[in-house]
Design a protein around this ligand. Sequence first.
Ligand SMILES: NC(=O)c1ccc[n+]([C@@H]2O[C@H](COP(=O)([O-])OP(=O)(O)OC[C@H]3O[C@@H](n4cnc5c(N)ncnc54)[C@H](O)[C@@H]3O)[C@@H](O)[C@H]2O)c1
Length: 331
Amino acid sequence: MILITGGAGFIGSHVVAHFRQFFPQTPLMILDALTYASNYATVKPYIGLDCYFTQGSIGDEALVRGLFDRHDIRHVIHLAAESHVDNSIHSPGIFVDTNVRGTFVLLEAARAHWMQAPHQVKDGYADSRFHHVSTDEVYGSLGDTGYFTEASPYQPNSPYSATKAASDFLVRAAFHTYGLNVVTTNCSNNYGPHQHSEKLIPTIVRSAKQWQRIPIYGSGKQTRDWLYVSDHAGAIERVFHHGQSGATYLIGGRNERSNLELAHLICSILDSKYPSSNGPYSTLIEMVSDRPGHDWRYAINPEFIERDLGWVAPTDFEWGLSETIDWLWAQ
Ligand SMILES: NC(=O)c1ccc[n+]([C@@H]2O[C@H](COP(=O)([O-])OP(=O)(O)OC[C@H]3O[C@@H](n4cnc5c(N)ncnc54)[C@H](O)[C@@H]3O)[C@@H](O)[C@H]2O)c1
């Protein structure tokens, strides 16, 4: 059985859907605290035979150990996290609790259940794997040129990315110290259905639908590298099944856009799909004071995952954006 943490979140729900569709024989246990960021409705249809749900925190050691023992958890795909940078600026403590301590509790439970001593796996657990899902934000900010690779130095700038970096290091240490079979994926910005309304693309579409100002931080020239969420789910599954133990894979879609470019692109898609009698949606775009410590640019060089695992992001950006807009418009 695979324990999927954060399975009722944005990306987790797509990972659950991917495994249910392509690996229906693999039993899943979803562990999710159902915080404000979750949406249980996205996984409810899958709950039943061979797909179980537990509400609880990854920081609850007794609960996590009990799950491993009762359900003989063989693998972990760990997505549960506090994930919103703005929240991490106002309330960093919960990010330390969930992203750092929660990851530690999971690693320790996996180690106790799978390993009999450092670098000695218990009989029957030779294939057991801990897949840690992380972010490219751990690498800090790029200038106008260059790309993140697996060899980029860690330079986290926000409490969110600092806690994700700390969790990456705990996972790395579990591999080197105890021989736990781990893989880590660091991904660029995701977009797609089920994303929480607080994030950039949902905010743009919601504001446009309500004919309210579309707030864009600072100069709007900050650049992100966008990846369709179901492409990410497919990449996670590929790395989980075929990635090299102890390796890190960067996952990106080669879709760089500045925030302002993105806002204009969304507005033009909205103009053609959902025209407003008030005029073009781009008239709603308004620059607002910048986020403190706002990273300038993230961009991933995905050559390693492409070469090592033959994975290339399949979704065309404008098609994915159009699907996302339809989903958000219907909410
Ligand atoms: N969204 C992105 O663009 C992006 C990009 C790269 C990496 N990531 C990483 O992917 C993972 C998933 O991101 P997301 O966007 O789906 O996040 P999300 O905020 O949408 O979902 C997180 C899920 O984790 C759950 N959760 C939070 N605290 C928990 C706890 N203590 N115990 C159990 N469950 C808890 C929430 O209820 C929620 O369902 C995170 O680890 C994030 O750092 C996200």
